[in-house]
Design a protein around this ligand. Structure first.
Ligand SMILES: [Zn+2]
Length: 313
């Protein structure tokens, strides 16, 4: 059967069932991370920090622009943007803390994608719908991890879309995994289509630990001080998915913001246009994107690294 017929079938069945969670993994409140107020982040944001952040291209890929960008946005219309295949990257980010060691944000793609295509997890219909044949594997997570001398201490996810947990099979079993609140448990129709695969990709892990955000007193971004020393911050940016999370790392040369898929594209960031059909709640996504852009505008030394494209080629 053609994909075009199967997907409406899935969604019709799903609609009658009310959708399901992104993953059935147990969920707990993270013991790592201290809830703080935005003012606490702003007090240190421009001070040099101790972290390094290496962004690794795990794969090149091409997907539909109308998923990456809301083409009904007046700015997208004015620019004459129409749907087309858009080249993107699947990245992950290695964060090193001088005392606490190596962490990653997201996971790129699994090693089998490049080295053992017979045994990849993303296959069949899901692979077709994901445009899997339009991907070119560069540095799978397991291949990269094999070259590192330090042990991986944890995986911090921006969210649980398949292209962000694609490398999870290469993550050593029982590694702590962190997400925003509601990321694994939020019910959506398309999870009927992805939950089994997400669970397979994360099969070696015990649970998902949710960042302990508390609402900001001034209505701004809720923030968690991840290591308790003000070096790494998790920022609640719901919208793209319920638990979408951005990360801000303080390095010797200034702050680095990892937006996750609150913004996939360079054009979207430059023009303040949120993602399109890949986003669950476009209004909430727009509010989160605006908050991140305002933060970056007020701190010009900030380097911004987007979900799937480079701001500086
Ligand atoms: Zn996404």
């Amino acid at each position: 059967m053609k994909n075009q017929l199967l997907i409406p079938l899935f969604l019709t069945v799903g609609a009658t069932l009310g959708g399901c969670r992104a993953s059935t993994l147990p969920v707990t409140r993270s013991a790592l991370g201290t809830p703080r107020q935005p003012a606490d982040l702003l007090a240190v944001i421009d001070l040099p920090g101790p972290l390094t952040v290496d962004t690794v291209v795990s794969a090149y890929w091409e997907v539909d622009l109308d998923g990456l960008l809301d083409l009904s946005d007046p700015k997208a219309k004015a620019a004459g943007l129409t749907n087309r295949g858009e080249p993107i990257e699947v990245d992950f980010h290695a964060i090193r803390h001088p005392q606490l060691g190596l962490f990653v944000v997201d996971t790129g793609v699994e090693r089998a994608e490049r080295d053992d295509p017979e045994h990849v997890h993303v296959r069949g219909l899901v692979r077709k719908v994901m445009n899997g044949d339009k991907s070119r594997m560069v540095d799978p997570f397991g291949a990269w991890l094999g070259r590192q001398s330090d042990r991986l201490q944890g995986v911090m996810l921006t969210h649980m879309h398949l292209d962000h947990v694609w490398g999870m099979p290469d993550v050593p079993a029982h590694t702590p995994v962190y997400t925003g609140p509601g990321e694994a448990t939020g019910k959506q129709l398309d999870h009927l289509f992805t939950q089994g695969l997400t669970d397979d990709l994360m099969a070696g892990q015990d649970q998902v630990s949710e960042w302990p955000f508390v609402a900001a007193a001034d209505g701004g971004l809720a923030v968690v001080d991840v290591f308790g020393d003000g070096s790494l911050w998790a920022l609640a940016t719901p919208g793209h998915t319920p638990g979408s999370t951005a990360y801000l790392a303080r390095t010797p040369s200034g702050p680095i913001l990892l937006t996750g898929d609150t913004c996939h594209t360079a054009w979207g960031w430059q023009n303040g246009v949120p993602p399109g059909s890949f986003t669950a709640d476009r209004d909430a996504n727009r509010r989160s994107l605006n908050a991140l852009r305002e933060l970056a505008a007020r701190h010009p030394k900030m380097q911004v690294r987007l979900g799937h494209q480079r701001l500086v080629p």
